[in-house]
Design a protein around this ligand. Structure first.
Ligand code: GDP
Ligand code: MN
Length: 376
């Protein structure tokens, strides 16, 4: 789950980090009033779950309260990467002497958190990684011991020469790591971490992603979810208890069980196709879930064919069949539906499907090949 910048900054502040102040507003008049308190010299920033807001025009600097208001008007009407901007964060304008980067994420290869810092901050870190990889310094943190003070100090030395700034930087890096660990994050990032003209080191941007599996034991964090800014299909799937991940391809997949879903996606690729999604309807028998799954899959305009792969154990094939028939009554489905099912109540399922004009195979290979062929 992604947090908004203003939410991430709250976590940073709770850890005692030096973060620039800010206030959130949803309309331009309110932005004007906030800006007046800071003499009109503010930065107005779109609060959306997207990087590169600056490049998209979602970060604007104002010199007067009037400018702040008109900046807010422009930003509040914008869409950034398909996400409508509903709120802005207003902060007093900082005078920037230098911009650095500090981030921490989970490195699956080493099974450790990895801290990354770069003196080339303020720009896309992916760009730095591609064009100038030596400018990024990495440190794997052994989770048994945590981040040692000398390690934080060492990393800060890659960012700041001035001893006082280096000490401040080390403290912020340690606090960033603490926020990451204590909140069950999968990523926490400051870009840019600035030195101000007055010599202070300050986090003026914040990005945090929380591991969804950590949320059940952190209700206060779970409550930070902003449903308005989530992908429509992923939100609906979560509400219906389906595991769903959108992918790039055109073969819509509807499978029971995560392992079988992954095997199905592998086979689609092996046959030369590209899955449009990962979708696990779960182990339960519930025609409603199948209907919801088909609604989600067919809402994706890229889908050219819908592939069902059902191995009936606890899941009853007849329930899935009823769900398919029910869905075709309720929603208009243009894409062809290709079905493989086998297992519990298989014969009954075939009868239900045959009555509605569907055929179902039993061989996974044949059915996947057929689906890939139909997807073109
Ligand atoms: P992002 O583009 O979504 O990462 O948004 P950022 O918060 O990182 O802002 C983008 C850029 O705007 C920063 O790298 C800065 O160069 C600039 N910026 C943001 N806040 C301020 C500020 O208070 N003062 C000045 N001078 N520039 C700022
Ligand atoms: Mn940024």
């Amino acid at each position: 789950m992604n947090l908004h910048e203003y939410q991430a900054k709250e976590l940073f502040r709770a850890a005692g980090m030096a973060v620039n102040p800010g206030e959130v507003a949803g309309d331009a008049r309110a932005v004007r009033r906030i800006a007046e308190r800071w003499d009109g010299k503010v930065v107005v920033k779109a609060q959306v779950h997207s990087g590169g807001r600056g490049k998209a025009g979602g970060v604007r600097l104002a010199r007067t309260a009037g400018e702040a208001e008109s900046s807010a008007e422009a930003i509040l009407g914008m869409e950034i990467n398909g996400l409508a901007v509903e709120r802005v964060l207003v902060s007093p304008l900082e005078e920037i002497a230098s911009e650095a980067y500090a981030g921490v994420l989970v490195d699956r290869d080493s099974q450790c958190p990895v801290l990354m810092v770069s003196a080339e901050g303020g720009v896309d870190i992916e760009e730095v990684a591609r064009d100038n990889p030596d400018a990024i310094h990495r440190l794997h943190v052994d989770p048994r011991y945590g981040l040692m003070p000398h390690q934080a100090f060492g990393l800060a030395g890659k960012l700041f020469r001035d001893p006082a700034q280096r000490r401040q930087g080390a403290r912020i890096i340690a606090q960033l790591y603490q926020v990451f660990v204590e909140n069950g994050a999968s990523m926490a990032e400051i870009n840019p971490l600035i030195a101000t003209a007055a010599g202070e080191v300050l986090a003026i941007d914040a990005k945090v992603s929380l591991d969804d599996n950590e949320l059940f034991r952190r209700p206060a964090l779970a409550a930070l979810r902003d449903p308005g800014s989530e992908d429509e299909a992923e939100r609906k799937a979560r509400e219906k208890g389906l595991s769903f991940v959108r992918l790039e391809g055109n073969v819509g997949c509807c499978v029971n069980g995560a392992g079988l879903a992954m095997a199905t996606m592998d086979l689609v690729k092996h046959c030369g196709g590209e899955p449009a999604n990962f979708l696990d309807i779960g182990g339960s028998s519930n025609p409603d879930k199948v209907v919801a799954a088909l609604e989600i899959i067919t809402a994706d305009p890229a889908v050219r064919v819908i592939l069902f792969n059902i191995f009936g154990g606890i899941t009853r094939c007849d329930d899935v069949a009823r769900g398919i028939v029910e869905a075709t009554r309720r929603i208009e489905i243009e894409a062809p539906i290709v079905i493989r099912l086998t297992g519990t109540n298989e014969r009954l399922a075939r009868e239900i499907l045959a009555d509605a004009g569907f055929a179902a195979g039993t061989s996974m290979d044949e059915v996947v090949q057929e689906a890939v062929r139909l997807a073109g």
